[in-house]
Ligand binder design. Structure first.
Ligand code: WT7
Length: 630
């Protein structure tokens, strides 16, 4: 189909090539991938280092437990760090970091290797061995990146818990993963205030028993409790001879676990998504290379948090695999003023900015002038991720930040997919609000209740029909739940949990979750977790959480609460319950509003009908009530 036949509002590509772009025409890559899917991935895998080559690219003998690059030996850290130190990239900056307070640090690839090795030796001295789990709970500081790489270097499995989570969220993740070591910062700067991470961790540790050692990184400097025999200062250990700057690298199997990352699903507790060294590496490397056209001169900034998959794949692993210079910023976008981001783009000469619609909408509120007074001419590509971007925010981003010349890569993917799945390439015509088409080779579709493909413009379930290298391998310790959650609704097909439609040009438009997952400011939360945080308060008997639309955050949480008999509603109760959820789960999970009710609409089998609650809160027609209990 020729470009001029596209329907709707279309933006044609025009961007600054830095040298030869990796791709000039999507059709080339698509044709190659469709002709020989495993050969396509093998060709990209060959650009990375393997200590022993694979016997098979894809082992699909036991679906849905797919394996990639079987028989191969590698280590993602070798490809992220060691490999570059052997070339001219040795002196290139791997990481540029700015603290919210204006502190500045940078690390060359050489320095990155040294620091990772020292860190890895510290972990070894604490008894961490291959396969052990290590939890990291910190703000956006370089030690988080170093800690993740240090774990991977010695074959330990990292589990990063987002710094915005709180006591109970951290406790259950520590306990479920049976982490041996916790790496925590004393605190994190956020909007000029200190989030007391160590204090929160101390409370979580009282509830969890498996952690043997706690490594504490000093960032905010306030006094913290250090428990004798358990807690150790990172900077103390870094000065000891054990923290040698040479540390052998564990050569691992392509299918050995690299990390686990907890995310919310339809029911129950958060589940740990498991990713491996080999396939994940190939997926993160290849997708970042093409989608953001990574070139040696780039200074790339993914403004997400390393505590989420976006940070794992596209702050830490993808950029380092591509040998690029990454920028990382610790704090809030509007601190101290709404021009903070634009100032840093100008100061560091950022060429690629990758962020979330909620951040764009939040900054858009302050008007154009804050961005206009900065020189943003180094930018050449923009990105968006986390939730659908409304065309109005897309156009503002394109005009005011991209100055009408930077294509926007609206990338759809998930914790589970590990890599971009639906995404434009820089050479594609763009439609504001659409992520474009599946990455070359992916067989994705939109189907109805019966699993049949829907007609153009019709809404349906978004699915993936073929395996991909960075796919999750399982849910940690729970293979049954893996099969049940992702592969059972339509047998043999991966269920994303999203609904979408596809227009006549083949462009995908993601609508949102079809399950009980709420996206608040792009953060993925399960109604079950919010509800159990509410119910853990002594006044609450039952609770139901729903998402309601919000202009900046995408969704906000609205909770319905049934109080225990004898508990009276009083003025401070709503505030108290919100505070309680904030303390247990984290500030991001706090309901915006709480409504006290006498009963909740349920199905005859006792399931809360959130659809009915949502309709009631929005003043809409609740639809079919046939399954509702009287
Ligand atoms: C869910 C996954 C993977 C990065 C961050 C989120 C939604 C993600 C988009 C997008 C529309 C999007 C989906 C998906 N989502 N990116 N570009 N357009 N929706 O990872 O926390 O695992 O959440 O985020 O609903 O299922 P996650």
């Amino acid at each position: 189909m020729g470009e001029n036949t596209l329907t709707g509002e279309v933006f044609y590509p025009s961007f600054d090539f830095l040298g030869e772009p990796h791709i000039r025409d999507r059709a080339e890559l698509t044709a190659e991938a469709e002709k020989d899917y495993t050969g396509f991935w093998a060709r990209h895998a060959e650009e990375l280092h393997w200590f022993t080559p694979w016997e098979k690219v894809l082992d699909d003998s036991n679906p849905p437990f797919y394996k990639w690059f079987t028989g191969a030996k590698t280590n993602i850290v070798y490809n992220c760090v060691d490999r570059h130190v052997l070339t001219a990239r040795r002196n290139k900056l791997a990481l540029i970091w700015e603290g919210e307070d204006g502190e500045f640090r940078s690390l060359s690839y050489f320095a990155l290797k040294r620091e990772v090795c020292k860190f890895a030796n510290i972990l070894k001295s604490l008894g961490v061995e291959k396969g052990d789990r290590v939890t990291l709970y910190m703000g956006r500081i370089p030690e988080l990146v170093l800690g993740m790489l240090a774990c991977a270097r010695i074959g330990a499995v990292h589990s990063v818990v987002y710094g915005g989570f709180s006591v109970e969220a951290l406790h259950e993740r520590l306990e479920d993963s049976k982490s041996k070591v916790l790496i925590v910062a004393d605190g994190a700067f956020q909007r000029g205030k200190i989030v007391p991470l160590k204090e929160i961790a101390d409370e979580a540790l009282q509830r969890a028993a498996t952690v043997q050692s706690v490594l504490v990184v000093r960032r905010t400097g306030q006094p913290v409790n250090m428990e004798q025999g358990r807690d150790l200062w990172y900077h103390d250990l870094m000065r000891l001879p054990i923290a040698s700057s040479s540390c052998s690298l564990e050569i691992v199997d392509a299918e050995d676990p690299l990390f686990m990352l907890y995310t919310s699903g339809t029911t129950g507790r958060p589940k740990a998504i498991l990713h491996t060294h080999g396939g994940y590496m190939v997926g993160a490397y290849t997708t970042l290379k093409y989608v953001f056209d990574i070139q040696d001169q780039d200074r790339y900034w993914c403004a997400a948090d390393p505590g989420w998959i976006t940070g794992h794949s596209y702050i830490v692993y993808g950029p380092l695999l591509n040998g690029t210079t990454s920028f990382m910023y610790e704090g809030a976008p509007t601190f101290p003023y709404p021009n903070r981001w634009w100032q840093m783009i100008e100061r560091y000469g950022i060429t690629i900015l990758y962020t979330a619609p909620t951040a764009i909408r939040g900054l858009m509120r302050f008007g154009d002038a804050w961005a206009e007074r900065h020189d943003l001419s180094t930018l050449r590509l923009l990105g968006s991720v986390g939730e659908p971007i409304n065309p109005e925010a897309w156009k503002w981003y394109h005009r005011v930040i991209g100055r009408d010349r930077c294509p926007i890569m609206d990338t759809w993917w998930q914790t589970e997919t590990g890599m971009f799945m639906i995404t434009p390439l820089p050479c594609d015509p763009l439609k504001p609000g659409s992520g474009g088409k599946p990455f070359p080779g992916l067989d994705m579709d939109i189907v109805n209740e019966e699993g049949q493909p829907v007609a153009p413009d019709e809404e349906g379930y978004l699915i993936v029909r073929n395996p991909w290298p960075a796919m999750l391998r399982t849910i940690y310790k729970n293979p049954d739940r893996y099969v049940e959650q992702y592969w059972s609704r339509f047998p043999g097909v991966y269920m994303t949990g999203d609904s979408a439609r596809r227009d006549a040009d083949g462009y995908y438009w993601v609508i949102g979750r079809v399950d009980d997952v709420i996206k608040v400011s792009g953060y993925r939360l399960g109604t079950a977790e919010i509800e159990s945080a509410l119910v853990s308060h002594p006044a609450v008997s039952e609770a139901a959480a729903i998402g309601l639309p919000h202009e900046v955050k995408g969704n906000i949480i609205h909770a319905f609460v049934i109080l225990k008999t004898g508990v009276e509603v009083h003025d401070q109760l709503e505030e108290e319950l919100k505070r309680h959820v904030g303390h247990e789960m984290g500030p991001i999970a706090k309901p915006q509003t709480i409504e006290f009710v006498e009963s909740l609409p349920k199905t005859r089998s006792g399931k809360i009908m959130r659809r009915v609650l949502r309709a009631r809160a929005l003043g809409e027609d609740p639809g079919n009530l046939a399954t509702m209990e009287d």
